[in-house]
Design a binder for this molecule. Structure first.
Ligand code: F6P
Length: 322
């Protein structure tokens, strides 16, 4: 059986570990594995080739994706989907595994309408916004990357007694922001899941100053309703006479670098599980890990059901920053 594997959407550290596990275990079970390069666009461009055990050597520790990735507009069209089905058939590919976020699960759903092959999704996204898994591949590394940067920012914030606004990624999801907020000891967190009240944040910073706090760090998730870190910084300056907030947008460094132990193990576990599922004839589901158990979730649920942040987490952020 020939099985294609691709990565799509934003790259996430750990994708390589997942590809490696899928290829090595799959080959051991007699699967022939075809790497598709550049995401779904790679199918349309016939940018693909066989992978063997050596193709995935020395990649478990590398961020990015050896298969490269993309966000294809052409693939979303009816013509694109029909062409993709034709190409997969011509290359005798009977199953397809795609690692990515909710856009990837939507892509697989659309493809299933035109292609009779078996499809399996694996959650890979730093945003951790996909229903059906406690964590998506890459999230843990992104949080740790952000923490590493924020610990450094704290040094300079302390040295100058400054207020810093640090912007983290996550699209419309505040998971990175909330985790980073607690783990960095931030004074406040602005995330899309909760209404951000800048007066409350400003009062907190001002009270902290009165109690002898020398610096403050506010984490801003990029999707926050009050705007990005620069916009929030401006507004806070207006509410805090004498303060001139500093802004640090962490950006793409969050998405790169060596995956953490957690991401390598999650990725490996899901890659191996994908082989089992392919061999069992499972189709049309995203694989995930929920409370330590491997689970399957129909694609539609992965984006229709909204993943919420734990309430204890949101409460803690406010309580600890005194
Ligand atoms: O989905 C992952 C992510 O890094 C988001 O956090 C961010 O909003 C987006 O991708 C950035 O997209 P692009 O790589 O297209 O700039």
């Amino acid at each position: 059986m020939r099985v294609g594997i691709l990565t799509s959407g934003g790259d996430a550290p750990g994708m390589n570990a997942c590809i490696r596990a899928f290829v090595r275990i799959g080959l051991g079970h007699g699967l022939r594995i075809v790497g598709i390069y550049g995401g779904f666009q790679g199918i349309l461009d016939e940018n693909l080739g066989d992978l063997d055990s050596r193709s995935v050597a020395h990649i478990i520790h590398r961020g990015g994706t050896i298969l490269t990735t993309g966000r294809s507009e052409e693939f979303k069209t009816e013509e694109g989907l029909k062409k993709a089905a034709r190409v997969l058939q011509e290359h005798d590919i009977q199953a397809l595994v795609a690692i990515g976020g909710d856009g990837t699960m939507r892509g697989l759903t659309a493809l299933e309408k035109y292609w009779p092959g078996q499809t399996i999704g694996i959650p890979g996204s730093i945003d951790n916004d996909i229903w059906g898994t406690d964590y998506s591949i890459g999230f843990d590394t992104a949080v740790n990357n952000a923490l590493d940067a924020i610990d450094k920012i704290r040094d300079t914030a302390e040295a100058f007694s400054r207020v810093f606004l640090v912007e983290v990624m996550g699209r419309k999801c505040g998971a990175i922001g909330a985790h980073v907020g607690i783990a960095s000891g931030a004074s406040a967190v602005a995330i899309p899941e909760t209404k951000t009240d800048l007066k409350v944040i400003a009062d907190k910073i001002a009270e902290g100053r009165l109690r002898g706090k020398s610096s403050a760090i506010v984490i801003v998730a990029e999707g926050d309703d009050e705007g990005n870190a620069a916009a929030i910084g401006e507004k806070l300056n207006g509410l805090l006479p004498g303060e001139k907030t500093r802004i640090s947008v962490l950006g793409y460094i969050q998405r790169g670098g060596n995956p953490t132990r957690q991401d390598r193990i999650l990725a490996t576990r899901l890659g191996v599980y994908a082989v089992d599922c392919i061999l069992e004839g499972v189709r049309g589901v995203m694989l995930g890990e929920v409370r330590g158990n491997l689970v399957k979730t129909p694609y539609e649920d992965t984006w229709k059901k909204k993943k919420s942040l734990d309430k204890w987490m949101l409460d803690l952020i406010g309580d600890l920053a005194t």
